[in-house]
Design a protein around this ligand. Structure first.
Ligand SMILES: NC(=O)c1ccc[n+]([C@@H]2O[C@H](COP(=O)([O-])OP(=O)(O)OC[C@H]3O[C@@H](n4cnc5c(N)ncnc54)[C@H](OP(=O)(O)O)[C@@H]3O)[C@@H](O)[C@H]2O)c1
Length: 276
């Protein structure tokens, strides 16, 4: 990867997941600088991962110190802080730096307005399976990013999983599916574990049964090349037990439920973009 130094502004769940992916792919920790709010987080990252770490608690210059000399600046603070953090570091950025943000709802135009004109911006939406190298990340170029910079951003996120390049108008929609998606999956698993407990299994057994069922089914789906419908039909014998269960699930109209849920997430992205 053709990056001399990367700065990661905000290294919480997502910033650290990407950082771990980069290091695992062989990127040198000496060429990474991270910033955090608390000194405790900065010290932990420096000790555990060997990166240069600066905290806002220890110095007001933390973000600018991290950005100095960085050709890639990954912004992984909460969405409400993105514009102020970029405004703060703008004078310290390299002239040809590339800014990549993971923040939900913050547009390329918002970021382009606060960084120097020579600095390109790319917006991304990864998800937390990045921690185990199984993310899916959507990427959308800003108006100044070159094809070469987009390719660089793709290789950065490929260190933690799969990458999809898409027009910026679609990135909020992608966020409602794959960005928030792990939470939906965990919620389903949580509810299904409760169901197994109601059937008389203790918590650990219930968790094992449900987790392995999700894992095994997903691996089968990927390995078989079949559609979920085809695989579901293999489990659903005519007039058998599964058929009765699916009929009950159909009564819940899951398509409508998921559409309502993702529409609510999309509405919230628009509110975040409007600064609410
Ligand atoms: N989590 C997800 O599933 C997910 C998925 C896709 C995109 N995202 C995006 O990722 C971004 C971060 O989310 P997260 O879940 O990783 O949040 P998080 O775990 O709360 O991490 C936020 C990080 O920002 C640091 N921070 C706060 N104020 C700062 C400042 N002024 N300067 C520098 N660093 C500062 C925090 O420091 P401390 O460690 O000291 O508190 C922490 O390291 C968000 O914009 C979100 O939209 C998250």
């Amino acid at each position: 990867m053709n990056i001399s130094k990367i700065a990661i502004l905000g290294s919480g769940s997502m910033g650290t997941a990407i950082l771990r992916g980069l290091l695992k792919a062989g990127f040198d920790a000496a060429n990474v600088a991270v910033s955090t709010k608390s000194q405790a987080s900065a010290s932990r990252l420096a000790e555990e991962l060997g990166v240069n770490a600066f905290s806002a608690e220890a110095t007001a210059e933390a973000n600018s110190l991290a950005v100095a000399g960085a050709d890639v600046v990954l912004v992984a603070v909460k969405p409400m802080y993105v514009a102020s953090v970029l405004t703060e570091v703008a004078p310290s950025m390299l002239e040809n730096a590339l800014v990549i943000s993971v923040a939900a709802g913050i547009t390329n135009a918002t970021m382009e307005a606060v960084v120097p004109d020579s600095v390109a911006v790319i917006r991304s939406m990864p998800n937390t399976p990045a921690i185990v190298g199984r993310a899916v990340t959507g990427l959308a170029s800003g108006s100044r990013a070159t094809q070469e910079q987009l390719t660089l951003a793709c290789s950065l996120f490929e260190t933690v999983g799969s990458v999809l390049v898409l027009p910026e108008e679609q990135i909020d929609a992608l966020g409602t599916i794959s960005g928030s998606g792990p939470a939906y999956v965990f919620y389903l698993i949580e509810q299904f574990i409760k169901t197994a407990q109601n059937m008389g299994f203790d918590e650990a057994t219930a968790a094992m049964l449900v987790t392995q069922t999700f894992l095994g089914s997903t691996e089968l789906l990927v390995a078989s090349g079949k559609t979920p419908q085809e695989l579901r039909k293999q489990v659903t014998s005519p007039n058998g037990t599964t058929m009765q269960a699916i009929a009950k699930l159909d009564e819940g109209n899951l398509t409508t439920l998921f559409t309502n849920a993702t529409n609510a997430a999309l509405a919230r992205s628009k509110e975040i973009a409007a600064g609410k």
